[in-house]
Design a protein around this ligand. Structure first.
Ligand code: BGC
Length: 266
């Protein structure tokens, strides 16, 4: 089955690397025009946009810090200016600032909540305003717009040494469900993806060498995930193939959220 997102416009935040980068690539391959948002790393975002354009697609890299209201507003305005509409938001930007709770600075707490949770709210709000104005675009998609929040297995699994990150992702879960409850009647579809251990820069240390071997004990399926594992699901959730999927979290984690420690007995 071929998924086509032709005539749709997608915006992916935090798309200069990792899951966001792969998601932008996959959405473009499915035919969407793609805005590749970055915060500090312009170069890889611009390189991906150039590659997509050279291959006959449509893409534009736009810088914005998603934790800042004015920058988010500008990002969405520029998107609509460039491509005329918005159909898909992948609210993906996220970071970790790990420390034991007793040592965690307020700055590192605020920074993670600011990007991972407030940033997802600000982007979702901006997208909803566009979707509501636009309505269902006949012949383009059955929905007036789709939002995919990038959560984590840590919306469910508590994570010592990462209280800011786990709290932000727990927040994303309620943000997503509450938004879905609020706007689904307007034919706006909102869902989350909760990746487990995916090989990216955010967890380069944890996925390599001996640490990687240890990590595998937490993954029943026996491998670390690839960014494409998540990107494929982004395309599916953005497409009409998932038109009746509303307010759900899709765990893409090789079974990490199945409490594998209990496999032996408990
Ligand atoms: C984190 C990774 C971690 C994974 C599984 C993700 O949300 O960003 O660093 O490896 O969860 O624990």
């Amino acid at each position: 089955m071929q998924i086509s997102l032709a005539r749709q416009v997608a915006l992916v935040t935090g798309a200069s690397s990792g899951i966001g980068h792969a998601a932008a690539k996959a959405l473009a391959a499915a035919g969407a025009a793609v805005v590749i948002n970055y915060n500090s790393s312009a170069r890889p975002a611009e390189a991906l946009a150039a590659q997509i354009n050279a291959e006959g697609g449509k893409a534009l890299a736009i810088g914005a810090d998603v934790s800042k209201e004015d920058e988010v507003e500008r990002l969405f305005a520029k998107t609509v200016d460039a491509f005329g509409s918005l159909d898909i938001l992948v609210a993906n930007s996220g970071l970790q600032k790990d420390a034991a709770a007793v040592d965690m600075t307020l700055d590192d707490w605020n920074k993670v909540i600011g990007v991972n949770l407030t940033g997802q709210f600000l982007c979702a709000r901006a997208a909803l305003r566009i979707f509501q104005r636009q309505g269902v675009r006949a012949g383009v998609s059955r929905a007036a717009g789709k939002i995919i929040h990038m959560s984590s297995v840590h919306q469910r699994i508590p994570w010592a040494g990462h209280v800011n990150y786990a709290a932000s992702k727990g927040g994303v879960d309620q943000l997503m469900q509450s938004l879905a409850q609020e706007v689904s009647h307007q034919r706006i579809r909102i869902n989350s993806i909760a990746p487990g251990a995916i090989s990216t820069a955010i967890n380069a240390e944890a996925t390599a060498g001996a640490a990687g071997e240890k990590l595998l004990e937490l993954i029943p399926y026996g491998r670390i995930g690839d960014v494409e594992d998540v990107a494929n699901a982004v395309v599916f959730l953005a497409s009409d193939l998932s038109d009746y999927i509303v307010g759900t979290t899709l765990f893409i984690d090789g079974g990490m959220s199945l409490y594998p420690e209990f496999r032996g007995n408990g």
